[in-house]
Design a protein around this ligand. Sequence first.
Ligand code: GLN
Ligand code: ZN
Length: 755
Amino acid sequence: MQKNYVIGFPRMGEKRELKKVLESYWAKQCDFHEVKFIAHQLKKRHWTYQKEANIDFIASNDFSYYDNMLDTTILLGAIPKRFQHLKDEELYFTMARGNETCVAMEMTKWFNTNYHYIVPEISKDTQFALNSKKVIEEYKEAQALNITTKINLIGPITYLGLSRSVDNSDVFMHINDIVDVYKQLLKEISQLNNEVIVQFDEPLFVKDLEPKVLSLLKPVYDALSNVASNVKIVVTTYFEHSNEATKILVNTPIWALGLDFVHGNKNLESLEIIKNSNKVLIAGVIDGRNVWKSNLKDKLALLEHISSVILKSNIIVGTSCSLLHVPFTLSYEMTLDTEIKSWLSFASEKLKELNLISKEFFDLELTLEERADIKKNSENNQQRKVSSKIHNKDVQEEITHLRLFERADKFEDRIKAQREFFNYDALTTTTIGSFPQTPKLRETRKNYKANLISQEVYETEIKNYIDECVAFQDEIGLDVLVHGEPERNDMVEYFGELMDGFAFTANAWVQSYGSRCVKPPLIYGDVSRPNPMTVKWISYAQSKTKKVMKGMLTGPVTILNWSFVRDDMPKNEVAKQIALAINKEVNDLQKAGINMIQVDEAAFKEGYPLRKKNIKAYEDWAVESFKLSISCAKATTQIHTHMCYSEFNDIIKTIEAMDADVISIETARSGNTLLKIFQKVAYKQEIGPGIYDIHSPRVPSVQEMVEQINALIEVLPKEQLWINPDCGLKTRKWDEVKQSLKNMVEAVKIVKKEK
Ligand code: GLN
Ligand code: ZN
């Protein structure tokens, strides 16, 4: 029998149907029936695709209107107090998105992916009660279509482990309560069919778990496995190895373990004990995190290696994680270079790969078409290796001959030279880069891309924006100005489009949160920068003012972390190539007389590995690439960087090692508490702790900002501080921005007078 297994499937729909219907429902343009109807169509279509691709184990309850963690909160009845007066879909979407009176629940990144989940809020008083409706209905929905599914659930330990304790109580104090709820659920599930498979997702097990948490695994999975003899339990982990957990789980009565052999190669170390336990192994070999065609030969070799230890009859071939993290299908990519397209595989294509590889592995008879597909796979992979599109000798040469990996002058000397050169004061005011993106601006860029307006018209429009933006900043008396980024759609896409080695898709959307999707660029080959990317705009902006114009670039680590990266070269090498390209831009900018340059690293923290053991290696190459990207800067070229978060406690020394002269960060929502870490470690470089929150339309008053600045001065000397908003202003409206920045400048004046 063929045995293959899909951990989960994307739900947005190949044309983002779910996004569209949700957004029209939220805008009150349709009712919830419409949403339900579309959802049903999508589920049906996705199950059918999997069935047609010969997938044996297809999930239900992997669908969600917003997020699976939020679904689990509803399933367990762990509704925070402020929402308890609400019901059904109103309750659900208010928890996710908030309303006038209830603040939405927090959202955060799902492990090291760009998917965000709704963080459960737990206190010592949280009560749990089963609400099995969605789980049961979805199973029956598939059953009615003649498809028997396995049921996906978030495991109890991961659920609690990812919760936020609102009263500092230990979230795990509730483990018995929630296991009881899960037990009730499994009872209900056992009534659904003669045999039902339930998949518990426990990705938390790939982190370095405390002994206290590890000690829960056995009792929890003993209990869950013993509820009903016709319910078979699968525990899946992904994104890394989970060897500590495997050791324990093999001694529980679970039926199968799902492990990631793409991003958790070290799982191979557990094969022996899995064999001895006689558990079924779902071997995740098809990459659910990246977009490249599998090399079927390599995958087969990996499976053969696994089956040299574990009996073939105990192996199921699977995806490494849910396919949620890859785009839907290549079918709509009409404009993508055909050669590059032949190297790619999105969710739908991965189903076919899974079918082929499992058929081959289990020696099942292949159809003629399948044989042809296997041949094609090998040809495409072969061709990719030698393609001239991927290899750029010049870049490779340059990298091997690199000499200058960091700036020639030390920070202490640079900052002296810079203070003299710019002659700036304490509490210098600036912004993070972007100014409001108006519908008109978006329209202009779109029309230009679609060739509906000439380059000349386009450039005039952009220049007009810059004129107004610069004039405004001058007028209100900001010290260091920016051009406003009107030419950029997105801080990564803009640079990717101007560099070689990047490709862009038409429809490769991936869910980021709720209805929001992103379309990451693909880095397929050696990266280089054929021409300057920003010099024209920044120089133009500089020509419009006597003040300092700060150039604006995106850093190598962020470009890398927000793209799908080639899998035929180590990430650190790719980062180095991007760094070299950015380095050239820095150099061209300073040659053009731009003496302050900001290199944003908004996604620096996102790339952190899940296991502590791997952190140092990441930090080493990430810092090295950032430093390389600015190594050409003269002593009097002041380098800024910006990071969109505020938790610096673990990484403060790494941030310092990046060796930027000034860093702007997001601390607006925490007063001065987060700044204290900078004081504690005697951080030496200059800092712009965002003094107001740009994520809200609210205009902060002068007085409020005076207080905020005074609070900052209590922690760090004012000579070390810059004053700025906490992120770019592109999502705000002009009138909010104008008033907020005026108030900010005014506040600084008042503080300076008082001191
Ligand atoms: N310079 C960028 C901007 O202002 C930075 C964006 C970001 O930090 N995400 O928009
Ligand atoms: Zn930011």
